[in-house]
Design a protein around this ligand. Sequence first.
Ligand code: ZN
Ligand code: ZN
Length: 412
Amino acid sequence: MKDFELKLENFAKLAVEFGVNVQKGEDLIINSPIEEPSLARKIAKAAYEKGANDVIINWSDDYLTRLDYKYKSQETLNNVYEHIIKKNEYFYEKRLANRISIYSEDPDLLNGLDQKKIAESIRERSKKMKKFTKYTMNDLVSWLVISIPTKKWAMKVFPDLDENEAVEKLWDEIFKTSRIDTSYQKTLENWQNHVNTLNEKADFLNSHQFDKVHYKSENGTDLVVELPKNHIWMSADSKNSKGDKFVPNIPTEEVFTAPKKTGVNGRLVAVKPLVYNGVVIDEFEFEFKEGKVIDFKAKKGEETLKEMLDSDEGAKYLGEIALVPYDSPISLSNVLFFNTLFDENASCHFALGKAYPTCVKGASELSDQQLNSVGLNDSLIHEDFMVGAKDLEIIGYKDDKAYPIFKDGNWA
Ligand code: ZN
Ligand code: ZN
């Protein structure tokens, strides 16, 4: 138990000092599940100790969220109250508040409910909140996504264990994959080394400026992805508008950029399930032509996948291409997390929907409408899905010369 307390403490400190990197006088917003408040409390304490001005906590509750979608009218669900918009305007526009989201949703949360109603309300609320996405997606503020176990989520990951064992096992996995040690010094060292390693990969890709990459795997994936001019491969760390470094995902194993919106052609087969709007989508694949999904199928959750693709025009185009070796620590754990933060970091992946403007030189200054002109996709959604098969081969092309990037699922 002593070890657990130390690790929890170090997790909170890492989130504050290395994750969002809170500076003296800044504000921090924490989104946390109410079922497990321990980490949010420790994060708040660590933030004040670092000199934070104000820590604002938004609690969420899966039980109440399900009630909302079940009982509220469509009109009520589509609404975002004026005071919530005002609160966001105040903290993002005036205060440039940093944000930590603790994401721990039950993967089956909205199973069996009216998918059309859920999709419409999420779409309508996203439209009303869209102007705030630039604060995180353009790195105007520091932001961080982390997870802690909740009971239903833990039981989904470890269905053969009893509830307490499942929660305990999921804590173990989160600490392990997040490189948390009982010593804070060691935890920081782990992260500094890890960030350096990922940055070396990104530097290699950036120096080559490939025109396109070709994905091939025996499961049927055969996809050519063009990359936009002046694209930037990013890795673990980013810089906010004040120039402070931060790490937006813990854990993270990926090196990623944006594809050219209209330059994607071929077939792409997913290798892991995707949880979207509280429903599991599994065994799915897409056919792309000139960037757009022209055909798709899913053995499980096909209706939800269709709703996702119909979110808006940009939802049918890719917005992220990310490289993660098959033998990354999360992948080697052989645990299927049903949580994108972990599953995306166990596998090469793509995202449908909005591209990070930070992935093309100078694009952060463009408006959403101008992103098209540099080949970047815009959308209300950004949903990662996993394609990193064991035999995945990726070849990069520069002026028709071929360079191996991935072989048998790992860096070539
Ligand atoms: Zn990603
Ligand atoms: Zn993503």
